[in-house]
Design a protein around this ligand. Structure first.
Ligand SMILES: NC(=O)c1ccc[n+]([C@@H]2O[C@H](COP(=O)([O-])OP(=O)(O)OC[C@H]3O[C@@H](n4cnc5c(N)ncnc54)[C@H](O)[C@@H]3O)[C@@H](O)[C@H]2O)c1
Length: 384
């Protein structure tokens, strides 16, 4: 390993994810801490090259964060020596051609999910990256969240006994625009622009379920477009063509039954915007982005069903909060460190383009399930 500065091209630097999570919370934080922490206790300094389409916005952002290099021309960034890593946070629709260019330029490529708009394309991209011998990785941020790290610890310690079932609840109300501006970009609600909650969230559910509970064998899903018309960033009405809610059941090859509701059309009555409720023979847990609470078998109350009497038992009071124990760190940043160390031959990073393609397969299978009104076996969908 040398001590050279590691150059990273960040494409889509002005976007919601590109800016907040990847730039500010991850890469700029790492830069300002002195670089990527390595296993030998040293740090490898990093330099960023920002790419986006709006020059004015980009310049302001670069100046604000003291980043010298920025451009609206991806080819120019890719041709600049000293930047062996390419990161992609573009809108999904534009991802594949940009990544293809980065692969052709021999870059190590890290990207937001989904890697492509179809499983076929995602798989082709994985093949191309492997054939070119470039290191590749896909954001699997949810696995690095403090709450999910606690859940992993509970699973590894055997807390649950046999896990019987998992219920996931994800969502919140995304304003329709107009009377209150929407808090997500309008392309999310147009399938022709790569939108839809299935394509957005099922790649996450795929790696969350497979890394925590087991291999998914099949999926049954119903999707809906509950709000058919929304108002975009310019105040104009548009037809919402993509699904804004999905109700899914996943069967695992050897493991619990998993249900997941994903919705941009629900009002939150939970502790967090995503929650997983896991029930096992020896204990249960309710886990969010940050928090995790448990109820062991020995502390389980014995409710009796009696519709004649109001139930005065405080069920939420029976749960025990799992302590944080380690300082909480941003999940995106943790994965960035892992990926960059892998690029520097200092450790492994397991979530590659192939894993990204598996996420897209699940999304496609879920959409096929809705269209055909039946359970879809993933192995069959892969060959479809
Ligand atoms: N990991 C997660 O939790 C998570 C969450 C949300 C979104 N995402 C993914 O991140 C990606 C970006 O989503 P976002 O919500 O940040 O979107 P966004 O619309 O806020 O940003 C997208 C970026 O693409 C750029 N862009 C859009 N159209 C372009 C064009 N025609 N030419 C050049 N550049 C263009 C925008 O300028 C912006 O920089 C998507 O693939 C999405 O699926 C991931």
């Amino acid at each position: 390993m040398t001590n050279d500065v590691l150059g990273i091209i960040v494409n889509g630097a002005t976007g919601r994810m590109g800016y907040r999570q990847h730039l500010v919370r991850s890469l700029l934080a790492l830069r300002d801490e002195g670089g990527v922490p390595l296993s030998d206790g040293t740090r490898r300094p990093i330099e960023l090259y920002l790419v986006a389409r709006n020059e004015e916005k980009l310049r302001a952002l670069a100046e604000q964060h003291r980043v010298e290099k920025y451009t609206t021309d991806l080819d120019e960034a890719l041709a600049t020596p000293g930047f062996p890593v390419y990161f992609d946070a573009l809108v999904t629709k534009l991802r594949v051609p940009a990544i293809r260019k980065a692969i052709a330029a021999g870059k190590s490529v890290y990207t937001e999910k989904p890697t492509a708009e179809s499983y076929e394309e995602a798989l082709a991209l994985a093949d191309e990256a492997e054939a070119a011998g470039v290191k590749n990785g896909v954001v699997h941020d949810k696995l690095y969240l403090p709450g999910l790290l606690k859940l992993k610890r509970l699973i590894d310690s055997g807390f649950f006994g046999e896990i019987l079932s998992v219920r996931g609840e994800f969502g919140y109300w995304v304003f329709e625009g107009g009377w209150q501006p929407a808090q997500r970009p309008s392309w999310n609600y147009r399938s022709e622009d790569g939108g839809g909650i299935v394509v957005d969230m099922f790649p996450h559910w795929n790696y969350v379920i497979e890394n925590l509970f087991g291999k998914i064998e099949s999926v049954y899903a119903e999707t809906r477009t509950h709000i058919p018309e929304r108002v975009d960033e310019r105040g104009e009405r548009y037809a919402a063509t993509a699904d804004d809610a999905a109700y899914a059941v996943f069967d695992l090859e050897d493991g619990p039954i998993v249900q997941f509701n994903s919705s941009w059309t629900v009002r939150v009555n939970r502790d967090e915007l995503v929650e997983l409720h896991v029930d096992g023979t020896r204990g249960s847990a309710v886990v969010g982005l940050f928090g995790a609470k448990i109820q062991p078998r020995d502390a389980t109350p014995k409710p009796t069903w009696n519709p004649d009497l109001p139930d005065t038992h405080d069920y939420s009071g029976d749960w025990i909060e799992v302590p944080q124990n380690e300082p909480a760190e941003n999940g995106f940043k943790l994965q960035w460190i892992e990926f960059l160390r892998y690029v520097l031959d200092d450790g492994r990073h397991d979530y590659d383009f192939r894993s990204g393609a598996a996420g897209m397969l699940l999304a496609e299978a879920a959409l096929a399930s809705d269209a055909q009104g039946r359970r879809i076996v993933l192995a069959e969908q892969a060959g479809a």
